[in-house]
Design a protein around this ligand. Sequence first.
Ligand code: GLU
Length: 331
Amino acid sequence: MASDSAPDMRLVRGRLAPSPTGYLHLGNAWSFLLCWLAIRSRGGTVVLRMEDIDPDRSRPEFAEGILRDLAWLGLDWDEGPDVGGPYTPYVQSRRYDRYAAVLERLQQAGHLYPCFCTRRELRALASAPHAGEQGAAYPGTCRQLSDAEREARRGEGRGASLRLHWSGEFLSFHDLLHGDIRLSWEDCGGDFAVQRSDGVVAYQLAVAVDDMDQDISLVVRGDDILHCTPRQVLLHTLLDRPVPEYAHVPLVHDHEGERLAKRHRHFELCVLRDSGVRPEAVVGYLAFRAGLLPEPAPVHPAQLVSGFRLTDIPCSRVVLPEDIVPLLAGL
Ligand code: GLU
Protein backbone atom coordinates (compact mmCIF):
# COMPACT_ATOMS: atom_id res chain seq x y z
CA MET A 1 0.00 0.00 0.00
CA ALA A 2 1.46 3.34 -0.98
CA SER A 3 1.59 6.47 1.10
CA ASP A 4 -0.75 9.26 0.04
CA SER A 5 1.53 12.05 1.17
CA ALA A 6 2.22 14.58 -1.57
CA PRO A 7 5.64 16.14 -2.09
CA ASP A 8 4.16 19.61 -1.65
CA MET A 9 0.88 19.69 0.24
CA ARG A 10 0.02 23.22 -0.91
CA LEU A 11 0.02 22.27 -4.54
CA VAL A 12 -2.66 19.60 -4.42
CA ARG A 13 -5.52 20.41 -6.74
CA GLY A 14 -8.41 17.99 -6.85
CA ARG A 15 -11.80 18.09 -8.46
CA LEU A 16 -15.41 17.22 -7.91
CA ALA A 17 -16.58 16.35 -11.42
CA PRO A 18 -20.30 15.58 -11.51
CA SER A 19 -22.20 14.85 -14.72
CA PRO A 20 -25.55 16.69 -14.70
CA THR A 21 -27.48 13.68 -15.97
CA GLY A 22 -29.46 13.23 -12.76
CA TYR A 23 -29.58 14.40 -9.14
CA LEU A 24 -26.95 13.29 -6.63
CA HIS A 25 -27.68 10.13 -4.64
CA LEU A 26 -26.03 8.61 -1.58
CA GLY A 27 -23.40 6.92 -3.75
CA ASN A 28 -22.34 10.23 -5.28
CA ALA A 29 -22.32 11.79 -1.80
CA TRP A 30 -19.94 9.05 -0.65
CA SER A 31 -17.45 9.54 -3.51
CA PHE A 32 -17.59 13.33 -3.33
CA LEU A 33 -17.18 13.35 0.46
CA LEU A 34 -14.06 11.16 0.24
CA CYS A 35 -12.68 13.22 -2.64
CA TRP A 36 -13.28 16.49 -0.78
CA LEU A 37 -11.69 15.11 2.42
CA ALA A 38 -8.66 13.88 0.47
CA ILE A 39 -8.12 17.36 -0.98
CA ARG A 40 -8.91 19.38 2.14
CA SER A 41 -6.80 17.15 4.41
CA ARG A 42 -3.82 18.05 2.24
CA GLY A 43 -4.66 21.74 2.39
CA GLY A 44 -5.47 21.60 -1.32
CA THR A 45 -7.72 23.46 -3.75
CA VAL A 46 -11.13 22.02 -4.59
CA VAL A 47 -12.23 22.55 -8.19
CA LEU A 48 -15.83 21.94 -9.17
CA ARG A 49 -16.20 20.95 -12.80
CA MET A 50 -19.53 20.38 -14.51
CA GLU A 51 -19.15 17.47 -16.95
CA ASP A 52 -22.01 18.17 -19.30
CA ILE A 53 -20.22 16.88 -22.39
CA ASP A 54 -23.10 14.59 -23.37
CA PRO A 55 -25.78 16.90 -24.83
CA ASP A 56 -28.37 14.11 -24.95
CA ARG A 57 -28.30 13.40 -21.23
CA SER A 58 -27.21 16.63 -19.52
CA ARG A 59 -29.80 19.07 -18.18
CA PRO A 60 -29.32 22.50 -16.57
CA GLU A 61 -31.74 21.71 -13.74
CA PHE A 62 -29.56 18.76 -12.73
CA ALA A 63 -26.47 21.01 -12.74
CA GLU A 64 -28.24 23.50 -10.46
CA GLY A 65 -29.49 20.70 -8.21
CA ILE A 66 -25.99 19.22 -7.90
CA LEU A 67 -24.47 22.53 -6.74
CA ARG A 68 -27.30 22.91 -4.24
CA ASP A 69 -26.92 19.34 -2.93
CA LEU A 70 -23.13 19.55 -2.55
CA ALA A 71 -23.48 22.81 -0.61
CA TRP A 72 -26.25 21.23 1.49
CA LEU A 73 -23.89 18.40 2.43
CA GLY A 74 -21.33 20.97 3.59
CA LEU A 75 -18.83 20.41 0.76
CA ASP A 76 -17.39 23.65 -0.59
CA TRP A 77 -15.17 24.49 -3.55
CA ASP A 78 -12.64 27.18 -4.38
CA GLU A 79 -13.11 27.29 -8.14
CA GLY A 80 -16.12 26.36 -10.22
CA PRO A 81 -18.86 27.44 -12.61
CA ASP A 82 -20.56 29.63 -10.01
CA VAL A 83 -17.47 31.16 -8.33
CA GLY A 84 -15.08 31.33 -11.31
CA GLY A 85 -11.34 30.92 -10.94
CA PRO A 86 -8.13 31.06 -12.99
CA TYR A 87 -9.16 28.22 -15.31
CA THR A 88 -12.68 29.34 -16.17
CA PRO A 89 -14.94 28.05 -17.73
CA TYR A 90 -15.41 25.01 -15.50
CA VAL A 91 -18.17 23.66 -17.73
CA GLN A 92 -17.29 21.14 -20.42
CA SER A 93 -19.92 22.27 -22.92
CA ARG A 94 -18.11 25.63 -23.06
CA ARG A 95 -14.72 24.13 -23.85
CA TYR A 96 -15.37 22.67 -27.27
CA ASP A 97 -12.77 24.88 -28.99
CA ARG A 98 -10.11 23.62 -26.66
CA TYR A 99 -11.04 19.97 -27.24
CA ALA A 100 -11.03 20.61 -30.98
CA ALA A 101 -7.50 22.04 -30.74
CA VAL A 102 -6.30 18.97 -28.83
CA LEU A 103 -7.94 16.64 -31.36
CA GLU A 104 -6.15 18.54 -34.11
CA ARG A 105 -2.84 18.15 -32.30
CA LEU A 106 -3.35 14.41 -31.82
CA GLN A 107 -4.41 14.13 -35.45
CA GLN A 108 -1.29 15.95 -36.67
CA ALA A 109 0.87 13.64 -34.57
CA GLY A 110 -0.71 10.64 -36.32
CA HIS A 111 -2.49 9.18 -33.28
CA LEU A 112 -6.05 9.31 -34.68
CA TYR A 113 -7.95 7.67 -37.49
CA PRO A 114 -11.57 7.85 -38.66
CA CYS A 115 -13.79 4.90 -37.79
CA PHE A 116 -16.87 4.20 -39.90
CA CYS A 117 -18.17 1.22 -37.91
CA THR A 118 -21.87 1.55 -37.19
CA ARG A 119 -23.36 1.19 -33.71
CA ARG A 120 -24.77 -2.12 -34.85
CA GLU A 121 -21.35 -3.38 -35.86
CA LEU A 122 -19.91 -2.23 -32.56
CA ARG A 123 -22.76 -3.84 -30.60
CA ALA A 124 -22.17 -7.13 -32.37
CA LEU A 125 -18.56 -6.81 -31.35
CA ALA A 126 -19.50 -6.17 -27.72
CA SER A 127 -21.54 -9.36 -27.55
CA ALA A 128 -18.70 -11.53 -28.84
CA PRO A 129 -18.35 -14.67 -26.69
CA HIS A 130 -15.05 -13.64 -25.15
CA ALA A 131 -16.07 -10.09 -24.44
CA GLY A 132 -14.98 -9.06 -20.98
CA GLU A 133 -16.95 -6.86 -18.63
CA GLN A 134 -16.37 -3.79 -20.79
CA GLY A 135 -17.22 -5.56 -24.06
CA ALA A 136 -14.76 -6.81 -26.62
CA ALA A 137 -11.82 -4.64 -27.52
CA TYR A 138 -12.15 -2.76 -30.79
CA PRO A 139 -10.07 -4.83 -33.22
CA GLY A 140 -8.87 -1.86 -35.25
CA THR A 141 -11.07 -2.61 -38.28
CA CYS A 142 -11.00 0.92 -39.71
CA ARG A 143 -7.33 1.57 -39.02
CA GLN A 144 -6.32 -0.48 -42.00
CA LEU A 145 -8.47 1.46 -44.49
CA SER A 146 -6.67 3.12 -47.36
CA ASP A 147 -7.31 6.78 -48.19
CA ALA A 148 -9.42 5.66 -51.14
CA GLU A 149 -11.56 3.39 -48.94
CA ARG A 150 -12.05 6.24 -46.48
CA GLU A 151 -13.14 8.54 -49.28
CA ALA A 152 -15.53 5.89 -50.56
CA ARG A 153 -17.17 5.54 -47.16
CA ARG A 154 -17.47 9.29 -46.83
CA GLY A 155 -19.02 9.31 -50.29
CA GLU A 156 -21.66 6.85 -49.03
CA GLY A 157 -22.52 9.44 -46.40
CA ARG A 158 -21.21 7.36 -43.51
CA GLY A 159 -20.26 9.53 -40.53
CA ALA A 160 -16.94 8.82 -38.86
CA SER A 161 -15.93 8.82 -35.23
CA LEU A 162 -12.28 9.40 -34.38
CA ARG A 163 -10.29 6.70 -32.65
CA LEU A 164 -6.93 6.87 -30.97
CA HIS A 165 -4.42 4.18 -31.77
CA TRP A 166 -1.47 3.31 -29.59
CA SER A 167 1.13 0.77 -30.56
CA GLY A 168 2.27 -0.16 -27.05
CA GLU A 169 1.16 -3.31 -25.28
CA PHE A 170 0.59 -2.44 -21.61
CA LEU A 171 -0.53 0.67 -19.77
CA SER A 172 0.20 1.17 -16.08
CA PHE A 173 -0.52 3.60 -13.34
CA HIS A 174 -0.41 3.66 -9.58
CA ASP A 175 -3.65 3.86 -7.63
CA LEU A 176 -3.48 5.08 -4.04
CA LEU A 177 -6.00 2.45 -2.94
CA HIS A 178 -5.52 -0.39 -5.43
CA GLY A 179 -1.75 -0.22 -5.82
CA ASP A 180 -0.04 -0.75 -9.17
CA ILE A 181 -2.44 -1.36 -12.06
CA ARG A 182 -1.21 -2.76 -15.35
CA LEU A 183 -3.64 -3.45 -18.18
CA SER A 184 -3.11 -4.55 -21.73
CA TRP A 185 -4.29 -2.23 -24.49
CA GLU A 186 -6.91 -4.85 -25.26
CA ASP A 187 -8.16 -4.95 -21.67
CA CYS A 188 -8.53 -1.19 -21.90
CA GLY A 189 -10.81 -1.67 -24.91
CA GLY A 190 -8.26 -1.23 -27.69
CA ASP A 191 -8.27 1.84 -29.94
CA PHE A 192 -10.81 4.11 -28.27
CA ALA A 193 -13.11 6.85 -29.55
CA VAL A 194 -12.10 10.42 -28.74
CA GLN A 195 -14.93 11.92 -30.79
CA ARG A 196 -18.32 10.49 -31.74
CA SER A 197 -19.51 10.50 -35.33
CA ASP A 198 -21.94 13.34 -34.49
CA GLY A 199 -19.00 15.48 -33.35
CA VAL A 200 -19.56 15.08 -29.61
CA VAL A 201 -16.23 14.80 -27.81
CA ALA A 202 -15.76 11.56 -25.87
CA TYR A 203 -15.68 11.53 -22.08
CA GLN A 204 -12.09 10.18 -22.04
CA LEU A 205 -10.74 13.10 -23.98
CA ALA A 206 -12.72 15.84 -22.22
CA VAL A 207 -11.79 14.57 -18.75
CA ALA A 208 -8.10 14.17 -19.51
CA VAL A 209 -7.84 17.57 -21.21
CA ASP A 210 -9.68 19.27 -18.34
CA ASP A 211 -7.49 17.60 -15.74
CA MET A 212 -4.39 18.82 -17.62
CA ASP A 213 -5.65 22.32 -18.25
CA GLN A 214 -6.94 22.81 -14.72
CA ASP A 215 -3.66 21.52 -13.23
CA ILE A 216 -5.39 18.72 -11.38
CA SER A 217 -2.87 16.71 -9.38
CA LEU A 218 -5.22 14.40 -7.45
CA VAL A 219 -8.16 12.50 -8.92
CA VAL A 220 -10.46 10.68 -6.48
CA ARG A 221 -13.50 8.97 -8.02
CA GLY A 222 -15.54 5.78 -8.07
CA ASP A 223 -13.82 2.52 -8.95
CA ASP A 224 -16.26 1.96 -11.83
CA ILE A 225 -13.98 4.34 -13.75
CA LEU A 226 -10.73 2.55 -12.90
CA HIS A 227 -10.64 0.75 -16.25
CA CYS A 228 -10.79 4.14 -18.05
CA THR A 229 -7.80 5.57 -16.23
CA PRO A 230 -5.04 3.98 -18.34
CA ARG A 231 -6.51 5.68 -21.43
CA GLN A 232 -6.54 9.02 -19.63
CA VAL A 233 -2.97 8.48 -18.42
CA LEU A 234 -1.98 7.78 -22.02
CA LEU A 235 -3.56 11.05 -23.16
CA HIS A 236 -1.57 12.97 -20.54
CA THR A 237 1.58 11.25 -21.74
CA LEU A 238 0.92 11.83 -25.45
CA LEU A 239 0.25 15.50 -24.71
CA ASP A 240 3.39 15.84 -22.56
CA ARG A 241 1.57 16.70 -19.36
CA PRO A 242 2.20 15.32 -15.87
CA VAL A 243 -0.07 12.50 -14.79
CA PRO A 244 -2.19 13.18 -11.65
CA GLU A 245 -2.30 10.84 -8.67
CA TYR A 246 -5.36 8.58 -8.81
CA ALA A 247 -7.50 6.94 -6.15
CA HIS A 248 -10.57 4.90 -7.05
CA VAL A 249 -12.93 4.47 -4.13
CA PRO A 250 -15.43 1.59 -3.73
CA LEU A 251 -19.02 2.16 -4.79
CA VAL A 252 -22.21 2.16 -2.74
CA HIS A 253 -24.82 -0.59 -3.29
CA ASP A 254 -28.37 -1.08 -2.07
CA HIS A 255 -29.26 -3.88 0.35
CA GLU A 256 -29.75 -6.27 -2.58
CA GLY A 257 -26.25 -5.59 -3.80
CA GLU A 258 -27.25 -3.42 -6.74
CA ARG A 259 -25.00 -0.46 -7.41
CA LEU A 260 -26.73 2.86 -6.71
CA ALA A 261 -27.69 4.53 -9.96
CA LYS A 262 -29.86 7.34 -11.22
CA ARG A 263 -32.93 5.09 -10.98
CA HIS A 264 -32.60 4.79 -7.19
CA ARG A 265 -34.73 7.92 -6.78
CA HIS A 266 -35.40 7.28 -3.07
CA PHE A 267 -31.65 7.61 -2.38
CA GLU A 268 -31.38 11.01 -4.02
CA LEU A 269 -30.22 13.70 -1.62
CA CYS A 270 -33.12 15.99 -2.55
CA VAL A 271 -35.62 13.22 -1.78
CA LEU A 272 -33.92 12.43 1.53
CA ARG A 273 -33.90 16.14 2.40
CA ASP A 274 -37.61 16.41 1.65
CA SER A 275 -38.29 13.49 3.95
CA GLY A 276 -36.54 15.26 6.83
CA VAL A 277 -33.03 13.79 6.68
CA ARG A 278 -30.35 16.26 7.79
CA PRO A 279 -27.05 16.68 5.89
CA GLU A 280 -25.02 15.93 9.05
CA ALA A 281 -26.80 12.59 9.27
CA VAL A 282 -25.85 11.67 5.70
CA VAL A 283 -22.23 12.73 6.24
CA GLY A 284 -22.08 11.01 9.65
CA TYR A 285 -23.41 7.75 8.30
CA LEU A 286 -21.03 7.75 5.32
CA ALA A 287 -18.13 8.68 7.61
CA PHE A 288 -19.01 5.69 9.77
CA ARG A 289 -18.94 3.41 6.72
CA ALA A 290 -15.56 4.87 5.77
CA GLY A 291 -14.20 3.96 9.20
CA LEU A 292 -13.90 7.61 10.23
CA LEU A 293 -16.40 7.34 13.10
CA PRO A 294 -16.92 4.40 15.47
CA GLU A 295 -20.70 4.64 14.99
CA PRO A 296 -23.09 6.71 12.85
CA ALA A 297 -23.44 10.17 14.40
CA PRO A 298 -24.26 13.58 12.92
CA VAL A 299 -21.14 15.40 11.78
CA HIS A 300 -20.09 18.22 9.45
CA PRO A 301 -17.50 17.34 6.76
CA ALA A 302 -15.08 19.96 8.13
CA GLN A 303 -14.92 18.01 11.41
CA LEU A 304 -13.51 15.00 9.54
CA VAL A 305 -10.64 16.75 7.76
CA SER A 306 -8.01 16.52 10.48
CA GLY A 307 -6.14 13.24 10.29
CA PHE A 308 -8.06 11.96 7.26
CA ARG A 309 -6.05 9.47 5.22
CA LEU A 310 -7.42 8.20 1.97
CA THR A 311 -5.37 5.04 2.26
CA ASP A 312 -7.30 4.06 5.40
CA ILE A 313 -10.59 3.78 3.46
CA PRO A 314 -11.75 0.17 3.12
CA CYS A 315 -11.43 -1.10 -0.45
CA SER A 316 -14.56 -3.27 -0.35
CA ARG A 317 -17.91 -2.08 -1.66
CA VAL A 318 -20.41 -0.39 0.67
CA VAL A 319 -23.75 -2.20 0.98
CA LEU A 320 -26.52 -0.12 2.57
CA PRO A 321 -28.85 -1.72 5.10
CA GLU A 322 -32.49 -2.11 4.04
CA ASP A 323 -33.64 0.43 6.64
CA ILE A 324 -31.15 3.11 5.61
CA VAL A 325 -33.74 5.89 5.11
CA PRO A 326 -35.38 5.63 8.57
CA LEU A 327 -31.89 5.16 10.03
CA LEU A 328 -30.75 8.46 8.47
CA ALA A 329 -33.94 10.23 9.46
CA GLY A 330 -33.38 9.19 13.07
CA LEU A 331 -29.79 10.47 13.29
N1 GLU B 1 -18.33 12.94 -14.60
C1 GLU B 1 -18.06 11.58 -14.29
C2 GLU B 1 -19.23 10.99 -13.56
O1 GLU B 1 -20.03 11.70 -12.98
C3 GLU B 1 -16.83 11.43 -13.42
C4 GLU B 1 -15.61 11.59 -14.21
C5 GLU B 1 -14.34 11.58 -13.40
O2 GLU B 1 -14.36 11.73 -12.18
O3 GLU B 1 -13.31 11.48 -14.03
O4 GLU B 1 -19.38 9.79 -13.58
